[in-house]
Design a protein around this ligand. Structure first.
Ligand code: GRF
Length: 214
């Protein structure tokens, strides 16, 4: 039987899983607002993050997207696996698939994604390269609520990273990644503790729906 008083998190990955690792460590240290990672789902069997989960005894599930005739069918399979495990919060952590309304509607206001730029600047792939090419002096990381439009949902948390004269895509990405690892657990904790949505604005604080008893 699941302990339903603890918010259960499903983490979706496709690769390296360093943000997953940060979430695992934050969970162990009690920094996820009491939430527990229940399952890690990957669309790729070779995702390195699967080993990170297995190493600490977190259940893993592989759902190869190629096995489904459409994005919607794939999303239905994802939703099924997450619901079966009573997951209420979903974290996309380097999950390289666009999700559809099928997925978003299944977990309203409860799907998070992390992106390596200060959104709405530089959505989509290669955000660090885009930032350097544009010549910005500050970039960073964003955790946002997921909507079917890529990297466009309401912003939960952001952190800035200064661009240095000598930066390459790799060096900038590395400093942003270090910030991501702090930001994602903090965002999960804040979402678990409750927020309200006013238009696009995510607002935290006591009195927010979901914050009762937090
Ligand atoms: C991170 O830079 C994240 O912002 C982006 O994909 C990368 C995933 O890295 N969405 P990892 O798999 O968490 O190491």
């Amino acid at each position: 039987m699941e302990n339903t008083s603890v918010p259960l998190v499903g983490v979706l990955i496709s690769g390296r899983g360093s943000n997953l690792q940060a979430l695992i460590e934050a969970g162990k240290a009690g920094r996820l607002g009491g939430a527990r990672i229940r399952v890690v789902v990957s669309n790729r069997r070779d995702a390195q993050g699967l080993q990170r989960a297995e190493a600490v005894g977190i259940e893993t599930v592989v759902i190869p997207h190629q096995a489904y005739p459409s994005r919607e069918e794939f999303d239905r399979a994802l939703v099924g696996e997450l619901r079966r495990r009573a997951v209420t919060i979903v974290c996309l952590a380097g999950f390289m698939r666009l999700v559809t309304a099928v997925f978003c509607d299944a977990f309203p206001g409860a799907i998070l994604n992390i992106h390596p730029s200060l959104l709405p600047a530089f959505p989509g792939p290669d955000a660090q390269r885009q930032a350097l090419a544009h010549g910005v002096k500050v970039s960073g990381a964003t955790v946002h609520l997921v909507t079917p439009e890529l990297d466009a949902g309401p912003i939960v948390c952001q952190a800035a990273v200064a661009v240095r004269e000598e930066d390459t895509v790799e060096s900038l990405a590395e400093r942003i990644l270090a910030v991501e690892h702090q930001l994602y657990p903090e965002a999960v904790r804040r979402v678990v503790e409750g927020f309200t949505l006013e238009g696009r604005r995510v607002r935290f604080g006591s009195g927010a729906p979901g914050s009762e008893g937090a």
